[in-house]
Design a protein around this ligand. Structure first.
Ligand code: NAD
Length: 503
């Protein structure tokens, strides 16, 4: 295969492309071929500081722009992103490895949140109480924080940056995105569309980088809030670092999402749902189902047969090829990590009924491919169950009854998503109420809530007290100010030395 030209990417600061000055670069790969396609600059502390200064200067004017005007710019951005959707999706697939239709979904779920954020004039409304005391009224207002940062993972390079910047910008903040260094091209495309939509320079910035740039953002006194999404160890350390630095933070981490299959479920529907949810995007979704829990031996045996049949028909291939059901993993390191996890599952005694390690894609020997992998008879003590694999690997744990099935996701360290498949409303309701997980699907395998609800996992899947998107996003990116007012006609003569009350 011919070597593609290696591009040098930039940062995007103050409304323009800015070349990296640190002298440090990271390699960006096409995971379908294993070839380096670009060099991404890794920002120094000084480059981060320059971006924050430019954002701070621009933010005052933006905060003073009325929210309806701000919302109109969001609307123009959504239209432009839709016009450029094919270009964005192709760039996304080239660097991430997911298929082009899946990349369109990545973009669309991000744009859904920008559309929701166009409701800023309504969402930013405060409260008002008339005559809470003699001549006294109280009202509250939501004000932007200032300059805020988003630090995002490789697996949704359009959706998650848009989940962060849409509400932040609509609320009147300036935003600095530190995207994943694995697939930085889509955030740069989005930056140029924000400018074309009329967003003032300095309100949306992209600073590419690694730990140095993240630390610089966390330590910068003018960064007021940090929204992070990525793996749990980094989420936890960023949450702690941000809190020490006195910043508002919400940090979302890894996952181990279960699907409970009750004996009354339609097993063909279940098998179709599981195949898509476990192997779509090569399992590199934080809401991917990586654990199937059939209840009863009969359910388990029948399910395994159906999974084997469907998995045998799956086509793995290059991300840009239309016939591919899913593409490669994002990097050689990810492939190695997933293959090691499979080897460990075998060593610890799980029953490997489909092994994706031998997957080969003709003409793409250097690609980071791992095929669909299924383990049966996995037990809760095995690493393949306890740890996030983040690849196309499905573990089947057989449960004897509903209570045993409910206990698995409830006791698991992670608590992002979970699904139950059943025809019985009482069982589904009981499960939804008792399970210790943040997002529940009833006969829905990947229950990513729609933009106007909130998204967030429990336990080790999320640190912080507000969720992403939906109304929580506006709470996170604004601070509330409460005004208690009285005018001269309501003021009694003389000083008072007691605590004012409503009595
Ligand atoms: P990652 O934790 O490796 O990286 C996430 C971000 O943190 C990137 O921008 C990266 O540059 C930065 N980073 C990495 N190491 C750092 C360090 N030591 N110090 C400071 N910053 C650092 O995650 P990833 O591999 O890009 O993404 C996959 C992970 O994200 C999975 O665990 C997945 O479950 C999780 N995820 C969670 C959600 C959610 O909403 N809960 C959504 C998507 C992905």
């Amino acid at each position: 295969m011919a070597q593609e030209r290696v591009k040098e990417l930039t940062h995007y600061i103050g409304g323009q492309d800015v070349s990296g000055k640190s002298g440090r670069f990271g390699d960006v790969f096409d995971p379908s071929t294993g070839q380096v396609t670009a060099k991404v600059p890794l920002a120094s502390t000084d480059e981060v500081d320059a971006a924050v200064r430019s954002a701070k200067e621009a933010q005052r004017g933006w905060a003073a722009t009325n929210p309806q005007r701000r919302a109109r710019i969001l609307g123009r951005f959504v239209n432009l992103a839709n016009e450029h959707a094919d270009e964005i999706a192709e760039a996304l697939s080239r660097e991430h490895g997911k298929t082009v239709p899946d990349s369109h979904g990545d973009l669309q779920r991000g744009l859904d949140v920008v559309e929701f954020a166009m409701g800023a004039p309504h969402l930013l409304k405060g409260e008002f109480s008339d005559s809470v005391g003699t001549g006294i009224d109280v009202y509250s207002m939501r004000q932007p924080l200032g300059v805020v940062a988003g630090i995002t993972p490789f697996n949704f390079p359009a959706m998650i940056p848009l989940w962060k910047c849409g509400p932040a910008i609509a609320a009147g903040n300036a935003f600095i995105l530190k995207p994943s260094e694995r697939d930085p091209s889509v955030p740069l495309l989005l930056a140029r569309l924000w400018k074309e939509a009329g967003l003032p320079d300095g309100i949306f910035n992209v600073v590419n980088g690694d730990k140095e740039s993240v630390d610089a953002l966390l330590d910068h006194p003018d960064i007021k809030a940090v929204g992070f999404v990525g793996s749990t160890p980094i989420a936890q350390s960023i949450y702690e670092h941000a809190a020490r630095a006195g910043k508002r933070a919400q940090c979302f981490g890894g996952a181990k999402n279960h699907m409970i299959i009750m004996p009354d479920a339609d097993l063909d529907q279940v098998a179709d749902a599981l195949i898509g949810a476990a192997f779509g995007s090569a399992g590199e979704r934080c809401m991917a189902v990586s654990v199937a829990v059939p209840v009863g031996e009969e359910t388990a045996d029948a399910l395994i047969e159906k999974l084997k049949e469907r998995a045998a028909d799956l086509r793995i291939g290059p991300s840009l090829e239309e016939s591919s059901d899913f593409g490669p993993l994002v990097s050689a390191a990810a492939k190695e990590r997933v293959e090691n996890a499979i080897a460990e599952g075998v060593e610890q005694g799980a029953d490997l009924i489909l092994d994706g390690r031998s997957a080969r894609v003709e003409g793409h020997d250097g690609g980071f491919f791992v095929g669909p992998t299924i383990f049966d008879r996995v037990t809760p003590d095995m690493n393949i169950y306890r740890e996030e694999v983040f690849g196309p690997v499905l573990s089947v744990l057989r449960a004897a009854d509903f209570e045993e099935a409910l206990e698995l996701p409830t006791k698991h360290e992670y608590g992002n998503g979970v699904a139950i498949f059943t025809r019985d409303g009482d069982t589904a309701r009981e499960f939804s109420r008792r399970v210790e997980v943040g997002m529940i699907g009833v006969n829905v395998p990947i229950p990513v809530p729609i933009a106007y609800y909130t998204f967030g996992g429990w336990k080790a899947s999320g640190f912080g007290d507000l969720n992403q998107h939906g109304p929580d996003a506006f709470r996170f990116y604004t601070k509330t100010k409460t005004v208690t007012q009285r005018w001269p006609s309501g003021i009694k003569e003389g000083a008072s030395f007691v605590m004012p009350t409503g009595n």
